[in-house]
Design a protein around this ligand. Sequence first.
Ligand code: AKG
Ligand code: FE2
Length: 451
Amino acid sequence: MLLAYDGSQPEAARLSAEARCRQRSGSGALGEDSVAENCSPVQRGGFRFEIVDVCGMTNFARLELLRELLPPSRLDQDAASLLALVAAPCWFVTADGVVGPLLEPDGSPGNASSMANLDLLLREVSYLSGLEQLPGPFEAARALAQISVDECLMGSEGCWEQRALATSQLLEEYGVAVLPGFLGAAGAAELAAMDFGELLPAAGLPAAPGAGRGDLAALPEESPQKLLEGLDCLVVALRQLPSSLAAARLRLVEFRTCPMVSAYEAGSRYTWHLDNGKRGNGRLLTCVYYLNPSWEAASGGALRLLERSRPGASSQNRDASPEDLPSSRSPPVPRARVLAEVPPLLDTLVLFWSDEVVHEVLPPFRMTRRAISVWYLCPLLGTQHFLAGTSEPAFGRSEGDAALTVLSNLSESESNVCEDAVVWLTSAAEPSTLSWLINEGGLIIKKLKIP
Ligand SMILES: O=C(O)CCC(=O)C(=O)O
Ligand SMILES: [Fe+2]
């Protein structure tokens, strides 16, 4: 979420944090309960900002205060972000006028007396200061249309090849593809009605990525079979496309993660991150399928996707991973541009490259936002999910067959760069098939001297 001055109130934007604190607590112009209780100017990592505790203020008074801090254009345009900000008990306000919610490291709303979250706050401030947003609802709709597979292609039966072609073009151009109406009404209704059992704070799940997430999640006992079948069909069709970058990247994919169900309650969010920033957990292709009937833009909760940095450009979105937090001496994160914001509407599938596309989940307003996420795994991108036991074979294969297929498709140089994965795959493959591999000259097996 970003609510920033657009320059139309330069005199207000230039007020120092202290001056604004003094002004606000001194004047009481907004009435008794509208005076922010606690403002503490903070200087860190080249940023100066103040923390504003609005906990004791009514929503109306918070809105009044925002009206003071933000230009009218932002107040009109970004209703969902505004409402989520109103709901947060603490804000940060930078000297140049960026206003955002203060969060704890787990993504939950922060409180002004806790300084433990200063690094997260600093990261958030740098990110928000460098973020170039879509200018308005019209551009947002156009941006979404640009990265979406045509709904006509999604409607008809048996057209995986055409869908895959469109998906592959979008993945190549943007690193992202949005497929509305992925399963059709019946399949979607079936998934939306599934009971996935108890969900727990996601930060406790094995191999949970990055910090700054406030969702509840689970790896459910009952598998969303319809979705997995659809995803596997799409990935198979992608891999069969001639001279497609997606096909090339998916060549060694035989496993995916166990499906994860997530719920973001009103006000919770997942701050910006890459799903495989360090290329250690094996995730290659992120697939998120939404379960929320009749979701509107005003309900918040969009998946915000950032543009990939162009080769040679100095702005490096991919380096802006939360796993590489800026130290207090490092320069602010360079400008990043919003590619699109996807409302989490039932039956919408979003695909993107896990190691390339920075994204964040914006807080939903009032409603709970549900989704199922699956990541297709490539052994060249890490072993974490294989070792943690949170992977499963794709395409209806057995684990042994899937492992054997990966081993047989690995070139010698590839096997050299993923020895840990080769060890795991070798242990997962059937011993009889391994001796076949040796007999047929399977380089990898010989190289690792596995009997
Ligand atoms: O639910 C979404 O839209 C994305 C969630 C996400 O980014 C993640 O779980 O890594
Ligand atoms: Fe993610």
